[in-house]
Design a protein around this ligand. Structure first.
Ligand SMILES: Nc1ncnc2c1ncn2[C@@H]1O[C@H](COP(=O)(O)OP(=O)(O)O)[C@@H](O)[C@H]1O
Ligand SMILES: [Mg+2]
Length: 353
């Protein structure tokens, strides 16, 4: 196992800088997820750790060694890709043992390590099949098995579940979580899926345009996002944002309002909020309550989605803003009916516009 440090890490392709100075510390044995929209530089950053991309600037340390110029095979890392990257002409056994074969391991060693990996991944019955005889989830398990047998200090996963259908994705997600508990290895996992980030990570790194937006535990980022991007990226449905006017600021709170929102005092946790300015008020769909008679937000029901255990209501506020409400129960709302929504002001997030 090993800790990883990224210090001022930069990467340019030709004249275009895509990683713009990234500082991250990954503890020994930690499960860290890099999350962000497509194109923000997640894969590039992971490939720089793996040694598959040159580092244009900064320092990469794994354990206590600077790795900038070491080839991939000397870094003690194993990578699992979205595309599985397994060989179609080899059996599962041969695929899993591939790295050991290259390294000249004996048959006994290979058999023992493949058997152990197969046991951990519950694929003993698949060892003599070829990839074409496997489902997507089983193929990804083979790719993970190939990483396990090398006993790497660090596992690197690049969107390993993105090619799987939704149900399988959830199964495999849980398996990867268990794998981390069993092996205790350092794992760095890249995904655009905030659910994977929230459920798997000890620590999430939110990236946008090659820069770190925020680092923290899932609940820390969920409850205390540093900026609008992080607030909107984590959580489903996404946080609602309302354009509001700040009418007064005192003692760590601000009075805000707009045409659809009765004046309300909310906490100020971010810079740039002063009286007379515009701001954005973030409220999670789950924190809006249509039953409380003290509803401060006014509008009409535009659409409802009844999922059984949950009801999602799209509303159009009187100022024209669309606002999503998520109730943890079944409920029926007539389209066009007026609706007033209450929320706990202390759970709202006020950001400078
Ligand atoms: N080999 C390459 N040559 C030029 N540009 C690249 C190369 N690889 C990635 N990029 C660019 O770098 C940016 C980040 O890409 P990537 O790390 O793949 O993003 P992500 O994995 O977050 O979707 C993108 O704008 C992408 O087009
Ligand atoms: Mg990618």
């Amino acid at each position: 196992m090993a800790a990883i440090t990224l210090k001022g890490l930069k990467k340019s392709f030709g004249g275009t800088q895509v990683i713009k100075g990234v500082d991250i510390t990954i503890e020994n044995g930690e499960f860290v997820v890099f999350v962000g929209p497509s194109g923000c530089g997640k894969s590039t950053l992971l490939r720089m750790i793996a040694g598959l991309e040159d580092i244009s600037g900064g320092t990469l340390t794994i354990g206590d060694k600077v790795m900038n110029d070491l080839p991939p095979k000397d870094r003690g890392v194993a990578m699992v890709f979205q595309s599985y990257a397994i060989f179609p002409h080899m059996t599962v056994r041969e695929n899993v043992a591939f790295g050991l074969t290259i390294a000249g391991a004996s048959k006994e060693e290979k058999d023992a390590k493949v058997a152990e990996a197969a046991r951990i991944l519950q694929m003993e019955h698949l060892l003599d099949r070829r990839p074409s005889q496997l489902s997507g989830g089983q193929r990804q398990r083979v790719a993970i098995g190939r990483a396990i047998v090398r006993k790497p200090e660090v596992f690197l996963f690049d969107e390993p579940l993105s090619n799987l259908d939704a149900a399988l994705r959830m199964d495999m997600r849980m398996e990867i979580g268990k794998l981390h508990q069993q092996l205790g290895a350092t794992m760095v996992y890249v995904t655009h899926d905030q659910v994977e980030a929230m459920t798997l990570a000890d620590k999430i790194v939110v990236l946008k345009d090659g820069l770190v937006q925020q680092v923290g535990s899932p609940m820390d980022l969920y409850h205390n996002p540093d900026n609008i991007f992080v607030a909107g990226f984590l959580g489903s449905p996404s946080m609602n944002f309302l354009d509001v006017e700040v009418t007064a600021v005192a003692e760590g709170r601000a009075m805000v309002r707009n045409a659809a929102l009765d004046p309300v005092s909310v906490p100020v946790r971010h810079p740039g909020i002063t009286a007379g300015t515009k701001a954005r008020l973030g409220i999670r769909p789950q924190y809006l309550d249509p039953d409380d008679p003290a509803g401060r937000l006014h509008g009409r029901v535009a659409l409802t989605e009844r999922l059984g255990s949950e009801t999602v209501i799209e509303t159009e506020l009187t100022d024209g803003t669309n606002l999503i409400v998520a109730l943890a129960r079944d409920a029926k709302f007539a389209i066009g009916a007026s609706i007033s929504l209450a929320f706990d002001p202390d759970m709202a997030h006020l950001f400078a516009a």
